[in-house]
Design a protein around this ligand. Sequence first.
Ligand code: SF4
Length: 387
Amino acid sequence: MLWLRHVTPSIVAAVRPDAVEALTNPVFNKALRWYYAVMRDERPAKFMIARSVQVDEDPARLDEDGLWSLHREAEKRFYSLLREVEREDLGYLEFRRRYGDAKPSFLDVKIEIAYWILKICRFCEFRCRVGRSGSRGLGVCRLGRVTYVHSWFHHMGEEAPLVPSGTIFYGGCNFRCVYCQNWDISQVEPFAGAPVDARQLAIIQRELRINGARNINHVGGEPTPNIHTILESFRYLDVNVPQLWNSNFYMSTEAMELLKHVIDIWLPDFKYGNDRCALRLSKVPRYFEVVTRNLRIAAENGDMIIRHLVLPNHIECCSKNVLRWIADNLPRERVLVNIMDQYRPEHLVVKNPERYRDMARRPSRRELEEVYSYADKLGLLWRDISR
Ligand code: SF4
């Protein structure tokens, strides 16, 4: 993995010339129109817009039901302001000059709701309903209130339009993938990272942006259990930067409601084409229903690059089902698909190759070619974006 603390345009040109070319690629410019505009400061990021939407009641005085009702009202104003931004071609600076921060704001409502959810946690579809007030929790992800960051840097290995990507690796995950490449921070030692609060997280994002990041890439582990800290960090973030959600997409409907007005570009990991493989390899129930539901919501609320990691011996049951679902259900001209070939046996697959015999090798060239030609047959936008 190649990464840098500070990046300049000449470093990007030397290390990832395709990231420079991506800026003028017509397919990317069309599919990622909003993301590119925020990246260039030609639009305010969505979290900035949410911060400018006034609400009429003090969120701190409401219970969760009252907050959701206030959220529904503020949502209408948010979309109206978003339309105005587009209609009047408002760049970031002009937007901030006209609007500034509302007090209290739509973002404040979201933050307050997130802390209510944390008390009986429903950030993801495991819906553990555990209180997460301590530093460690009793839910599937084992996380409490504290957010742990294991590293943050300019990632030069992501998809070309994203590089350099200001990536923040959170500890902990709700999945138990038997082949996880980040098993140390996601499953074994999620607490070994640095505990950060919302202000510190905002400083990290600021540093990444002013030193060259095209976006802030929330990843892990999994960012979902940390939604409360991430949303609150937007209250303190004073630079314009696209927010990118790099996730297994197992968020609850409530979490999607909180995220969909503040995330500019989604980077879902759509691995499995059926529930049986998801349960066996990641210990996740109801996978297909939950992830496809969230993909539909995300496609209506931001730009998207879907990642699909080709798994050996899972071409018919997973790769083809995933690609077919995308082609049948999402707008093909707006959704980019990264078909990833870098699977390698890791973690429990290495420890117990007999049990996971199907997963104990890399995908073959024949399997990859079969997936590529299937994506072509479906008319998906994948060629420019896959590396
Ligand atoms: S984030 Fe998901 S796995 Fe973690 S406690 Fe909450 S509902 Fe459970």
